[in-house]
Design a protein around this ligand. Sequence first.
Ligand code: GLC
Length: 721
Amino acid sequence: MTEQALKALLDSMTIQEKVGQLIQCNAGQFIRNQLEITGPDGETLPTEEVCRIMGSVLTFEDAEQAIALQEMHLAADPKKIPLLLMLDVIHGLRTTYPIPLAMGCSFDDDLMAECADMARKESSACGVHVTFNPMVDTARDARWGRILETNSEEPLINSRMGAAFVRTAQGNDLSDPGNIACCVKHYAAYGAGEAGRDYNTVDLSERSLRQDYLPAYKACVDAGARLVMPSFNALNGIPSVANKWLMNRILREEWGFSGVVVSDYNAVGELVAHGIAADHKDAARLAMEAGCDIDMVDNSYYLYLADLVREGTVPAEMLDEAVMRVLRLKNELGLFENPFHGADRVAEKRLYLCPEHRETARRAAEETAVLLKNEGILPFREDVKHIALIGPFAEEKHLNGFWSRPGAERDTVTIPEGIRALLPDTELTVERGCGAAIGDTDTGGIARAAEAAAGADAVILVLGEPENYSGEGRSRAELNLPGPQMQLARAVLAANRNTAVVLFNGRPLVITELAETAPAILEMWYPGTEAGNALARLLWGRANPCGKLSAGMPRSTGQYPMPYNRMNTGRPKPPPDCKPAPFTSCYLDMPNLPLYSFGYGLSYTTFSYEKLEIDRNEITKDEKLHVAVTVRNTGTRAGKETVQLYLRDPVASVVRPVQQLIDYKKVALEPGEKKEIVFTVSEQQLRFFNAEGKEISEAGEFLVSAGYADHLLLTEKFRLA
Ligand code: GLC
C-alpha cells in the first residue's frame, strides 16, 4: 500500500480501532481458548471485540497456529488489517544453537550471521513476522540470570553480533516472506540492575550510559532494526517505558529511529507498581507520551487510551503517529498483500532440524566452547576403552538454555548419544552421582560414582547449573555449583585423575576450587540441539576448542561488578594480584582479577604472539593507523585463535579503562603456520564520552596491545595529533 492509502485507512478507523492496533495479546488466548483476556486489574475483557481490533499477538507455536490466528482475526476485522505475529526467537526456533553468551565466546560475527540465517528461515516458515531479538544489554554481573541472553560484557561484541543478527534476519526487503523484522532489546541498561537482581532499578551517569550501555542498541538501530523494546527497569528514576529522555530524546530524535516501540510484557501496567503512575489510565498516558507504540498484553491501552484521547489528555495526533508506525511496519512486511508472510507447514517440515541446520548448530556449539584448563588430559585418546560419564547432567536433555522454544529438549543430542555416535565401541558407564538443585543435599550416589570413576580409563565429569537457573527472573546471589556437586567432584577427582570436567551453565559460575583441583575444564554453556555431538567431537579432538570468554569468570560472587574494562583508580593494586596491598584498591581476602579473564580461552594447540607493528607513530583525525600482529601456531594441531586488539588512553579529560577491546579477528592456523593480522585503527575508535556526555576524541598518546584482558602481550604507542 502507498503512504496515502495507509493514511486513508487510518482516517477511516474509529478511535477504538486505532487503539486496537496498539494492543498485543497472547496468542494462547485465542488458540486454545484457555486464557481469558484480562485487563491490568484482572477484569475480564470481551474476547470477540479484542480479537476484532487487536494489532498483534505474541507467542504462538507453528505455521498452523499462525495461519489460524490470522484467518480468525481477518474474519472478525471489517477493516481487514492483518495481525503482526511476534515471537522470541533468541537462539534458534526449532534447531537450537548456543545461548547468546556462548555465541559471544566464538568472537565470530560470521558464525552469528550463519546462525541468524538458520533462525530466520525456520522462523519465517513458522509464520513469524517479528522476533524479539537481538538482546544486546551490557551485562557485567552474572548474578543477573539474563546475562545468558546477551553476547558479552563488552558492548563492541554486542554491537557487532547484534547488527549481524539484524542484517541477516531482516535481509534487504521485509516483504520477502523469508525475512523477519527484529526488535532490539531491552532498551536501556537492563543488565545494570542493582545487585544483579532482575527487574531491579538502574542508576547510571549519562556518561556511563552512553559509554558502555547505549552503543549496542544504537548499532542495531543503525543496522535497521524495525522495533525497539524498552526495558522493565527504572533508569535514573524513570522506568524506560515512560522515560521521555530515553525514548523521545535519544532514540527518536538523536538516533532518528522511526520504527515501532513495543513495551515489554505488562511493563506499561507495571508503572503503577514502580510508583510513577497512580493507576492504569495514568500508566497508559505516561507510556504514550514517551512514545511506546504497542502495549504488550497489559491492556491498559485497550481500556483507557480512547478515553485519554477523547478527553484531550493524549493528543489525537500522538495516537495517529503511533498507529501509522504500526501500519507502516505491516505494510513493509507486505502483510496487506500477503497476511501469512512466510508461514508454510511444508517448509517447516523440510527446514526444522534439517542436516544443514544441525551441522550449523553443531559447529556453533564447537566454536563457542571455552577450554579453561587442560593438563594434558584432552583430547582423549582414540583407543580409550572405558569411559565413565558422571554427574547430574550426564544424561540431561535440557541443554538448550532459557528462551529455547518449548519442547526443544526432545531434539537434543545427549552426551551418551553423542559419544556412542562417534565411538560406538567405547564402553560407557553412566552415573548421575548427585543432583544439581539449590538446597539438594543427597550425597547417596557419590560413592557409586567414585567407584565408576576408579574403574574407567577416563572420566567425563559433567557439572553446572540447571537450565532454568538462568534466564528471566533467575538471579542468584551465590554463583556456586548448586547442590552437592563439589562433593561429587572431590570424590571423582580422588578416584581418577584422568578426569575432564565439562560445564553446562547459562552464566559465569564460581568454580575456583575446580580450577585448582581438576586437570581439565571445558565450558560448554548451553550448546543447544547438537550438544552431545559437539561435546564428543571436542573431547576426542575432532574439533579443537577455540572459544574465548566474552564475560570474565569470577573467583567469588563478591567481586561483582567486575568489568574487564575497569578504571585504574588513584591507588591501583600493584602486582602480584595474589596478595593484598594495603591502602590500595584491593581486597584483603581475594585477588582483584577474575579467575579467568575476558578474552581468555585455551586450545589443543599453542599460539605465540611474535610481534605487533604499527605503520606510523601519529595519526590525524583523518588518517588511519595499521596495526599488524603476527601470530604463530606453535603446536602440533590446527587451531583457530581470536586475535584481540586492546586500546588504552593513559591520559584524558575523564578516567579511561586500563584496557578496552576495540577490534577482534579470528584466524585459522595450521601447525607451525604464522599469519599477520592487520587491524585498522581510526580516530572514531579513540572517541569516548566526556564529562559533558559528548562523544569526542582528544589529542595525545595511546597504547595498542594484543593478547587478552589482564594479559596484554605486545604493546605499541602512537599519538593522535
Ligand atoms: C519477557 C521478556 C522479553 C520478551 C517478552 C515477550 O518478559 O522480558 O525479553 O521478549 O517478555 O516474551
